[in-house]
Design a protein around this ligand. Structure first.
Ligand code: 5GP
Length: 191
């Protein structure tokens, strides 16, 4: 049987470019990665797909899943629920896949409590001003939500010290290469 795969958590303030960085290495066959698709109650953004970016559910469905113990972790972020389906993470790890969670900081702390050897990586922006530009550049949300995301970003930066690694996304390819090295290192330590 394959060794159980790693559980990798990547966090970082909204707008930091986590998705863009992850895209650079998620399909690298050497890393044996599987992306964990979260459940959310937030509306689908343009270009997103059901089952690819998220499973989009109602608040009732989300709360039922919490009550059935179906989530590894969950949180409420800017008025919406987000959570990681537990069964799928376990199934993939048991197949030897390294499962990657892209979640915010509260969720990461819940994961670390349950799975202390989770590999946690926090992505930081080159500056807070640059982060604000990136959030505003998305132009998909009203000012009130932008302000909430910025406030949450500031709070998230304050707890970045709880992560095992902090990687700056100044250059996307460099950030992705650094994360590749970190994952390879931890894969090698297992054997
Ligand atoms: P967005 O609305 O921009 O897609 O995501 C907002 C925040 O929720 C991001 O910081 C993202 O990492 C986080 N997030 C996405 N899925 C999950 C999840 O399953 N659990 C937790 N705790 N956070 C999540």
């Amino acid at each position: 049987m394959a060794d159980k795969g790693l559980l990798i958590v990547i966090s970082g303030p909204s707008g930091v470019g986590k998705g863009t960085v992850i895209k650079q290495f998620i399909n690298d066959p050497d890393l044996k990665l599987s992306y964990s698709v979260s459940m959310t109650t937030r509306a689908m953004r343009e270009g997103e797909k059901e089952g690819v970016n998220y499973y989009y559910v109602s608040r009732q469905e989300f709360e039922d899943t919490i009550n059935n113990g179906g989530l590894l972790e969950w949180t409420e972020f800017v008025g919406n629920y987000y959570g990681t389906p537990l069964a799928e993470v376990e199934r993939l790890r048991n197949l030897g896949r390294n499962v990657l969670l892209e979640i915010e900081v509260d969720g990461c702390m819940q994961v670390v409590k349950k799975i202390p050897d989770a590999l946690t990586i926090f992505i930081v922006p080159p500056s807070m001003k640059e982060l604000e530009n990136r959030i505003r550049g998305r132009k998909s949300e009203p000012e009130e939500i932008v302000q909430q995301r910025l406030a949450k970003a500031q709070k998230e930066m304050e707890v970045s010290g709880n992560y095992r690694y902090i990687v700056c996304n100044d250059d996307v390819e460099l950030a992705a290469d650094i994360i590749r090295v970190i994952i390879r290192h931890h894969m090698a330590k297992r054997v």
